[in-house]
Design a protein around this ligand. Sequence first.
Ligand SMILES: [Fe+2]
Ligand SMILES: [Fe+2]
Length: 277
Amino acid sequence: MKAQSGAEDRTGTVRERRSQFELEWLGGPAASRLRRRRPGVERLPWGTLDLSGFTPEALLEARRVWTNGAFTEYASAAGFTALATALLESGAPIDLVAAAADCAVDEMLHAELAARLVMELGGAAPFLVDLEKVSPVTSEGARPLLRAAELALKISCVGESLSVPALTTSLRGADQPLPRAVLRRLLRDEGPHARIGDWFFAWAAEKLSAEDRAHLGAVARAAIEVYVPSERASCDCRPPAALGGVLPVDQRALLAEAVRTKVIPGLARHGIDATVQ
Ligand SMILES: [Fe+2]
Ligand SMILES: [Fe+2]
């Protein structure tokens, strides 16, 4: 995830707008409602982590992975919320709008699971964010349908499609019951999240012009660049696989492969060319 920079005020001083990422839990009726809608969280094997075989450095890497994971889930909730809003403004079908909003609820549950796992690992790693910038941006002046298309493409066709192989790889390496159970729960929901983009483009097919599709190809290429980090952007960190970590070099290779075999062919089926030119 890219670091967000501070804004410059009138005196030219850069103001730091980021702060440590933290999540709160309200409890009461709000919590009961979420538990009724998404049951089973309390049955996960909380309290079973055995951290005795890990160095402090390895544990810090694991805390970084899952702190980043909690934020990624939170940002995905912002993404699906923006998509639901753009769909509403486009007059999209009831069930499609409801599916996007429902995905946002899934993502908040995922944020909770990742955050609880972080707490069991010893607490959040330092992670600065500017939550005012958490929602995805769309092209200025674009009509609602094109904004919805940009969001469906970036969030579902690219982002969620890549999260499925990334989580599958993490699950393969994880060997303790809690990270395995959390990863399995995340994976269960990510499949439908990756398909909502296809549902959108099936509905919007007749409403998008050749010019729209050319524009969406450029949006897709930019999104792919964000999701698949370059070699230079990579760190030399070694998060422990047993706790859900994947080496950056392996992560990059598997994401690049998923772009080639899943994302680009998927978008091509909707007349969107995302091949690097
Ligand atoms: Fe998620
Ligand atoms: Fe998701």
